[in-house]
Design a binder for this molecule. Structure first.
Ligand code: CP
Ligand code: NVA
Length: 313
């Protein structure tokens, strides 16, 4: 079967093959259906997930831990300050040592290079629980949600309105792989990473998808099946918060913008959200919003990712 360039770990969507992404999404749906019928699949008995958080988390932390427990395994949650890592022990030594105790590691950190270094040094699978550059586990849950609600991924038109950040980058890789039409509207100077866009566009040409970058929110939202956004100031950008409020003011997802989308469009947001900033309360709390289904799908997606990395199934 076709393999992606790095399937021992889950660092980015781009490093997994289309086939693997499809497989993991199918398994996530199977696990979800089973759980909703009261059946727990406990194939990870005796396995331990280690989690290192250098940034805050509600969803990623709890869905990974709950998911691991439901699968019969266990999880250890670590803040980098709890570790010698916070006092200068190297990433490499930390990765080699933790590999002796746990079976899989999830890390949320700042620089994407840190997680690459971790993965190279570790003897066990490493999962990216968010870096400044990518948020692949979130986008797997988002793909699951789109597939569930819209019946397919290929051909679906997604408008991402806001910051060209980690969410935008993982969406670009996902849309390119899965043949989706992704239009990203960001203010000038806040567009997504050029090389990720370039690679995404090239791959989308082969898969029947498309990646469009614009500075016009309305243009992106036009005819969209899905409208999504994310915070204007990500974790680590707190000091830019005020400046970003001004820069992004015409990129708010509100009734007026959503009027350009298809009538049955759905609104998605990885959360946490700032009502009145990137999205108005009437949209995120309104009839088109699926944000809590999306949040629930984190759990099912994590379980499928863990099963794939630990058992190859
Ligand atoms: N969406 C997401 O990753 O949320 P947390 O920061 O709460 O994990
Ligand atoms: N872009 C946001 C996502 C939070 C889940 C951040 O990095 O803070």
């Amino acid at each position: 079967s076709e393999k992606g360039i790095n399937e021992n770990h889950f660092l980015t969507i781009g490093e997994w093959s289309i086939q693997t992404i499809e497989h993991v999404l199918e398994q996530a749906q199977v696990l979800k259906d089973k759980q909703q019928n009261g059946i727990l699949q406990t194939d990870l008995q005796g396995k331990i997930l280690g989690m290192i958080f250098e940034k805050s988390s509600t969803r990623t932390r709890v869905s990974f831990e709950a998911g691991m427990l439901q699968l019969g395994g266990d999880a250890i949650n670590l803040k980098s300050d709890d570790l010698q890592l916070g006092r200068g022990e190297t990433v490499e030594d930390t990765a080699k040592v933790l590999s002796q105790y746990v079976d899989v590691l999830m890390i949320r950190t700042f620089a994407h290079e840190t997680i690459e270094t971790f993965a190279e040094a570790a003897d066990i699978p490493v999962i990216n629980g968010l870096t400044d550059l990518h948020h692949p586990t979130q986008v797997m849950a988002d793909l699951l949600t789109i597939k569930e609600k819209k019946g397919a991924l290929a051909g679906v038109k997604v408008a991402y309105v806001g910051d060209g950040n980690n969410m935008a980058h993982s969406f670009i890789e996902a849309a390119a792989k899965m043949g989706m039409h992704l239009s990203i509207a960001a203010p000038s100077g806040y567009e997504p990473d050029e090389s990720i866009v370039k690679e995404g566009k090239a791959l989308a040409e082969q898969t029947g998808g498309s990646i469009t970058i614009t500075n016009d929110a309305k243009e992106a939202a036009n005819g969209a099946d899905v409208i999504t956004t994310d915070v204007w100031a990500s974790m680590g950008q707190e000091e830019e918060q005020q400046e970003r409020l001004d820069v992004f003011s015409s990129f708010q997802v509100n009734e007026e913008l959503c009027a350009n989308a298809k009538e049955d469009y759905m609104f998605m947001h990885c959360l946490p959200a700032h009502r009145g900033e990137e999205v108005t309360a009437d949209i995120i709390d309104g009839a088109h919003s699926v944000v809590f289904d999306e949040a629930q799908n984190r759990l099912h997606a994590q379980k499928a990712i863990l099963n794939y990395l630990l058992l190859g199934q």
